[in-house]
Design a binder for this molecule. Structure first.
Ligand SMILES: Nc1ccn([C@@H]2O[C@H](COP(=O)(O)OP(=O)(O)OP(=O)(O)O)[C@@H](O)[C@H]2O)c(=O)n1
Ligand SMILES: C[C@](O)(CO)[C@H](O)COP(=O)(O)O
Length: 375
């Protein structure tokens, strides 16, 4: 046992990166950055345990990628995410890093490990080579250091240091606040963090996302219910019956959601919006689809096209096809030409043939967001 655990902080919103995909979900070949970073750091050193913090809605999805990482829900701030992660650490030392420092060199990790008994927190820093102005006055740049991650802390002392309401921007500042001992070691320009879109330059040497296309299928059925508004594909259908359901019953949108989740390997609609949850009672399915489209994009995909088959003895679908296409294209934020709708009866066979309900089958295709093309 090495007595050192690794925490990769990955629960941020990536708001300053300002792209449809979050920075932690950019792909290197088929690997999201967070997994790439985790594999890289664990190739340098044999950590006791690897903990990755995740935002609440990405936590279950992350678990689909590997079994040797403990995934922990992050908090509203970096520091709260660290506190949550520390609850899962039982080694004496913990190395904590930002996920967006993608190119950390092995020497930095080795130097941190080798210094672990020399202070309460070991911190890689960089000197500043430009002139520095602070509140309009030029100050001695030799006194200015840029603090990086990973930082290696004594777990007990870090836990103690974080028992505060003060929000620190890094672990060493919290430890310094309780008069812990800090040792600064040489950082690396290669450890620079991706914060803004322009910072993609940092990873331009890494392989592009793979050109793979991914497909997913969706299927949903709802029975009719009299005297209810019918919503299908996000539009109102002019009949005096609707669909029986926990939500608004939009069987087409539910099928599309499952196809999208299938394409990105994220399970099914019930895992995101359980039909036992009161908050989804009567919910507008367009809201659910918007949330899923956002999720698909956040975790690093672009939607290519959608092909739908509506199986209905009644109502007649043809008069509504164009309007449904426009609505779905708008919700998916793709061009209308990439949404296809087919309708068929069930030839009077079975429950659909007896006009008891409608089924919709969908196929969605997605590909990775290509960050390299954006540089
Ligand atoms: N509540 C939070 C906020 C941030 N982080 C992580 O802490 C690091 C801080 O880096 P930063 O560049 O600030 O990431 P974001 O918070 O995602 O970026 P932004 O501030 O632009 O939204 C990142 O690894 C981020 O995922 C976290 O785990 N939990
Ligand atoms: C921890 C850190 O990376 C050290 O420089 C930095 O403080 C993180 O800052 P951010 O505001 O979360 O980008």
């Amino acid at each position: 046992m090495s007595n050192v655990s690794l925490v990769i902080l990955c629960a941020g919103n990536s708001s300053r990166f300002n792209q449809s995909a979050k920075k932690q979900w950019l792909r290197v070949n088929n690997e999201p950055i967070w997994l790439y970073v985790s594999k890289k750091l664990t190739s340098y050193y044999s950590f006791d345990k690897i903990v990755v913090t995740s935002s609440k809605n990405e936590l279950n999805y992350m678990k689909n990628f590997c079994d040797n990482i403990t995934f922990v829900e992050g908090g509203d701030t970096r520091q709260k995410s660290i506190k949550n992660a520390l609850k899962h650490i039982d080694s004496d030392f913990v190395m904590i890093t930002d996920v967006a420092r993608v190119n950390i060199p092995s020497e930095v990790v080795t130097n941190l490990i080798n210094s672990k008994n020399e202070a309460d927190c070991i911190v890689p820093v960089l000197d500043v080579s430009d002139t520095v102005i602070y509140e309009n006055n030029t100050i001695n740049r030799d006194n200015v250091k840029l603090i990086q991650t990973p930082q290696l802390s004594n777990t007990k002392i870090l836990n103690q240091a974080l028992k505060t309401d003060i929000e620190f921007t890094d672990d060493s500042s919290a430890i310094k606040n309780i008069h812990g001992q800090i040792k600064y070691i040489q950082g690396s320009i290669k450890s620079k963090k991706i914060t803004f879109f322009e910072d993609l330059e940092i990873i331009k040497e890494l392989p592009s996302p793979s050109n793979n296309f991914f497909t997913g299928t969706g299927f949903d059925i709802h029975p009719f219910e009299n005297n209810k508004k019918m919503l299908l594909g996000g539009i109102e259908i002019d009949v005096d019956y609707g669909f029986k359901a926990h939500s608004d019953g939009d069987v087409l949108i539910h099928s599309v959601i499952d196809a999208l989740l299938g394409a990105i390997g994220a399970g099914d609609i019930g895992e995101f919006f359980p039909d036992t949850d009161e908050q989804y009672k009567g919910v507008d399915s367009k809201i659910l689809l918007k949330e899923i489209v956002q999720f698909v994009k956040n975790v690093g995909y672009e939607i290519i096209n959608l092909d739908l088959t509506i199986i209905a003895q009644k109502p007649k679908i043809n008069p509504y096809k164009q309007e449904i296409k426009s609505k779905i294209a708008d919700l998916l934020k793709i061009e209308k030409q990439f949404v296809n709708i087919k309708a068929t009866t069930a030839e009077k066979l079975g429950f659909i043939g007896r006009s008891e309900g409608v089924a919709v089958q969908s196929v969605a295709t997605v590909k990775y967001y290509d960050w390299k093309k954006q540089i």
